[in-house]
Structures are given as C-alpha cells and as structure tokens.
Design a protein around this ligand. Structure first.
Ligand code: SF4
Length: 359
C-alpha cells in the first residue's frame, strides 16, 4: 500500500453568516468532521453537488483557509502551524488549479510573467534566462508554444487558459496538485483534452492529484479513489471501480443514476431525490440525508451514521447499506433495449476492441 502524502484529520470549517440589526447570526457548517487519507501517486476525487463543502475542503487541505477544528497533514507533518519558509515550502509542494480560467489569471500579465511569477518566489536562484527557458518548457508540457509567453490571457480560448493555469501550477515542481473543478467551466469537447493532459502530466511529474468535481462522468475514468460528500461530510469512500460499479450509499446511487452509461445497452434506473438539499446552516439531525433518502427509516432521523467499512477499503455512512444493496441485487435486471442491426454491429466492434485492449 502506497504511503499517505496528504491527510485530513476531523477537519471542520464553520462560517458565520447573517446577523446584525437584532438578527441572530447563522453558523454554516461547510465542512463538518472530514477525515481522509490521500496516497502518494494516486488520483483522489472528491465529488458532490454544489454547496456540499468539497471546494472548502480542498482549500483547507492546502491551508488556503484556516480550519475551525481539526488538522491537515502533509507528508507526515501538520500544516496548521506552518509559518515563513515552511509555509512557502508547502505552497511549492502543493499547488492549486482553479475552476475558472477566465478570472484566475491576471489579465494584465503576459503568460510568460504568469508562469514565471511562482518561480521568482520559489526558485529565486534561477537567472532570468533560466526562468524564460523554464516557462518555455512548461508551455510545451501543456501543449502550447514558447512564443505564447508574450501574449495575454484574453488572446487564448478557455481550454488554453486552463492549460496556462496548469503550467503555472506545475512550474515549481509540486508533489500534489489540487484541481477545483478544473474543467467544469470548459466546453464538453475541450474537457476531455484537458483531462487527458492532466493525466499525462501526473505521470511525467510524478504527481498526486486531488480532483474536486460535481460531475461524476468527468472523474469516472481518471480517479483511483473517490470520496462522495453530502452537506459537509463524507458519505462514501472507496476505489473508483467499486464506487461506480457497486455504490453503497443511497446518495451515491442517486448521483450515479443520472450519469449516462458509456456502453450501449446498459442503463441505470434514474433515482429521483425528493426535495432540495437542506441548508448547511441547519443540517438535519440524525442522518443528514434522511430528508431526501428513498430508503429512510424512522430511526434515520435521530441516529447519525458513522462512515464505516462495508467491504475491503469501501466505506459508507448508512445504517442500512447492506440491506439496501441486497434488496436491490434481488430485483430482476430489466431487459436492455432492442438494438438495430447497425447498432448491434457497432456494439460488437466496441466489445471486441475493449476486450483486445484488456488482453
Ligand atoms: Fe438513508 Fe437511513 Fe442510510 Fe441515511 S442511514 S442513507 S436515511 S437509509
């Protein structure tokens, strides 16, 4: 088993919101007791709907936010009390790629300056010439050309800007790269290119990737392990293969039921969740998912489930996970839709191609 490079230890981040003029302030429990371990060299995905706390968790993991309680540990060392050169070293070792490539790059700086800036801070020993060479190298690594260094961000497409953001993040040679929805602001056609490039760079730079996403289809084929968040807490954690093939929490089942199957003829029954996601300022008692869970029982409203291991390395926070899984497995699998002769041929070709890849 690979060693742990990054760890969250019962991390909490509560924000005060509202208040004043005689009104009581609310406490928004954005992250509420998250513990997880990221292994060296893996791609670890954190998924969930908007407002579940995943982006806040990402910022806590690299101390862009101070936790209310708990700790983050990088390479065996708590990051809570790092200061001065130790904090700068953490910034060099862990870099962040932001969601929006349009606002995360300073429009008044050339691309060369944008990528060279972190080098000035973290590698002051480099001469101006060496820095320019490094910028040109990084542009090449993300599929851009050296002459792009003299241009400004507005001269590039969204996908190219995100590549510039990635080049900037990788310039200092980090060991961990955290991407907060790194492709969600891009056109679908460009998303795959950026994801593939990130995947290649992971091997080239010997990186550990932490990817934050709300779209499960995006992380399905690139992540080794997945943590699913709901209302500030992890409700399911396991290998991507296990979580996608055999989800153990009703919330994960519902999320996955909305993801189209990549193989023709395979379908999932769509699970419609009732109601809206409750406010993190006032999360439900007991299991936080009980107000929307199609399998909720009376005690779910009073008993909070722990995240517990259900199968090797696969955990879920649900009292009735085993019973729900067994009941669903007993159901008759619906017949796949009838295929046309052409679709039948394409399906056979696809099956042959995938089986020869696996051989
Ligand atoms: Fe649903 Fe109860 Fe499981 Fe929560 S503990 S996910 S409400 S069945």
């Amino acid at each position: 088993m690979a060693e742990t490079i990054l760890e969250a230890v019962d991390l909490k981040k509560h924000f005060r919101s509202g208040g004043g003029l005689g009104r009581k302030a609310n406490t928004v429990r954005a992250v509420d007791g998250v513990s997880l371990q990221v292994k060296k060299g893996e791609t670890f995905a954190i998924v969930g709907e908007s407002g579940c706390g995943k982006s806040t968790l990402a910022r806590l993991l690299m101390r862009l936010l101070e936790p209310t309680e708990g700790d983050a540990v990088f390479d065996g060392r708590s990051i809570a009390d790092l200061k001065g050169k130790d904090l700068r070293a953490l910034r060099r070792d862990m870099q962040f790629v932001f969601q929006d490539p349009f606002s995360s790059l300073n429009p008044r700086m050339t691309v060369g300056k944008l990528i060279g800036e972190p080098l000035e801070v973290h590698a002051p020993e480099l001469s101006a010439k060496e820095r320019r060479a490094k910028v040109a190298e990084m542009l090449g690594r993300v599929g851009l050309r050296p002459e792009h260094a003299d241009r400004y961000p507005h001269e590039f497409s969204g996908g190219q800007r995100q590549r510039i953001g990635i080049a900037r993040a990788l310039a200092t040679g980090p060991r961990v790269l955290i991407g907060d929805e790194p492709v969600s602001a891009l056109d679908v056609s460009v998303q795959a290119q950026v994801i593939n490039r990130l995947h290649d760079l992971k091997s080239e730079f010997d990186l550990t990737l932490v990817i934050i996403a709300h779209d499960l289809a995006v992380i399905r084929h690139m992540s080794d392990r997945v943590a699913v968040m709901y209302l500030g807490q992890i409700v399911e954690l396991g290998t991507a293969d296990e979580v996608f093939a055999n989800p153990r929490h009703p919330y994960t089942r519902a999320l996955l039921s909305a993801v189209p199957e990549p193989v023709y003829g395979q379908t999932r029954d769509r699970i419609a969740l009732k109601g809206e996601t409750p406010s993190p300022a006032n999360p439900p008692a007991g299991c936080r998912f009980h107000t929307r869970c199609p399998f909720a029982r009376p005690d779910c409203a009073t008993r909070a489930p722990e995240l517990r291991e259900i199968a090797g390395g696969h955990s879920a926070a649900c009292h009735y996970s085993e019973e729900i899984t067994a009941a669903q497995a007993a159901e008759v699998t619906p017949e796949p839709p009838r295929r046309s002769a052409g679709a039948e041929r394409r399906f056979a070709m696809y099956a042959e191609a995938t089986s020869s890849q696996g051989a």
